[in-house]
Design a protein around this ligand. Sequence first.
Ligand code: UDX
Length: 439
Amino acid sequence: MKLTIIGSGYVGLTTGACFAEVGHHVMCVDNNEEKVKTLRAGKIPIYEPGLEPMVRKNVASKRLSFTSSTEEGVEHGEVIFIAVPTPPQPDGSVDLSFVEKVAREISQYLDSYRVVVDKSTVPVKTGERVAQTIRRYAKPGVEFDVVSNPEFLREGSAVEDLMKPDRIVIGGNSDRALALMQKVYEPFVAPVLVTDINSAELIKHAANSFLALKISYANALSEICEAAGADVLKVAEGIGTDKRIGRAFLNAGLGYGGSCFPKDIAAFIAIAEQLGTPFGLLKEVERINQRQLDRFLDAIREALWVLKDKRLAVWGLAFKPNTDDVRSSVAINLVERMVAEGANVVAYDPKAMDKAKELPFADKIEFATSAMEAAKGAEALIIATEWPEFAAIDLNELRELMRTPMIFDGRNLLDPVAAKSFGFQYSGIGRGVTPERVE
Ligand code: UDX
C-alpha cells in the first residue's frame, strides 16, 4: 500500500521504517529540510537499536522516501498518518497546534478519498476536531475519513515494539476506512482491536497512566519498605508473580521520566478535569513520582551532610537505558538540583553524553569518558540510569578509585551485599533491610 507519515520524529520515523520493512511504500514528510536531507542519506538523528539499518535498507529498495512537501505526501498516500509533536502546555494540557496545522495542510491538497490517521498521542475527541477541520478547509464534496491509531512503542525497543506489537488499536467510524487500516496492518501478527475513535484515543492515555501508576505504586511501597525494614524487590517479586498483577513496571527507583509518561499523565489529568471528571488517583501518581527524587536527594544530603564542593560521580543521564534521550530525564533533573546546591558533578552515560552536553547547565558539569573515570576521586557515586554496563563494574577497582566509598543506587542496580562486602556504604531505593539481612 502507499502510505504517508507526516512528522518524522521518533514515532513517525520508526513507524514509517517498519511499514516499509513489511512491504508498504512509505513517504515520510517533515518540514525540517535539514532533517529530510540527513534521512535521505540513511542517517538518523536518534539512537534507536535496529532503526538505522532498517531505514537504509528501505531507502535503498525505494520503499521508503522522505520529503518536506506535504502536497507530495498527500498525493502519495491512500492512508496519511499524522505523527507530529503534541507538546505539553504550562497547565499540563496538550498543545494541539501542530496537529491542527497538519489537518489544515492536508485539507488544502485533498483531491480524492484519503484516510487521515491520528498516530500522535492526543486527547480524546481530537479525531472529531481533525475531521471538522479538514471538512471546513477542504474542497466541497471531497471524501475522507479520520481514524485513531495510537502508538505504544517504547524508546530503546521501538522497532521490536512496532514489528511485534502486543495489540493494534484502530478507532474509526467508517467501514471503508477500517478496511483500509486492516490492510495496512495485515503483515503484522498481532490482535487488532477495533473501536470508536474516542475509545481508541482514551486507550493510549489510559495505558500510559496505568503503567505510571504501577511505577508509583512500587515507589510508594519503597518508602514503606524503608520505614518497615523490608526489601521492595522481594515485595515486587511477591506481588508480581500473581498473574493478575504482573512483575513488569514494578521497579522502584527515581521515578518515571522521558518524553511520554510525565507529559501524558499531566495531559490525562487535564483532560479528565476538562470533562468534569477529575482523576484524583493520577494526581497522586504524579505526586509520588516527584517525591521519589526529593527522598533520594534527602538520603544523599543525610549521608554527605553538605553537597557544596563535593565531587559526586553520576552514572547515567538518559531517562532510561538503551536510549540517548535526555528529555524529562530524572537523572538530568537530579544533576541539575545537585549542581544548584554547589556540588561538583562528574557525569558519564554510554550514549546520552552528546545530548546532555546541549543542555543549558551542561557547562557546570564535568563529563567523563568512562564510568570509572567519573568515579575517580569521587566522594559518592550516584547511579541514575540502569545501563547494564554499570551492573558489571569491578567493585574492587571502583573502591580503590573513589575518595570515600559511598554508593547511592537510584535504580537498585547493584547487589547491596556485594557492595557492602567491598567496603561500600550502599543505599538503594526501598531496601530497608540491612545488607546483612538481605539474602
Ligand atoms: C512509554 C510506554 O512504555 C510506551 O508504551 C509509550 O508508547 C511511550 O511511553 P518510554 O517513554 O519509551 O515508553 O519508556 P518506558 O520504558 O515505558 O519507561 C518510562 C519511564 O519509567 C522511564 O523513566 C523508566 O526508567 C521508568 N520506569 C519504568 C520505572 O521507573 N520503573 C519501571 O518499573 C519501569
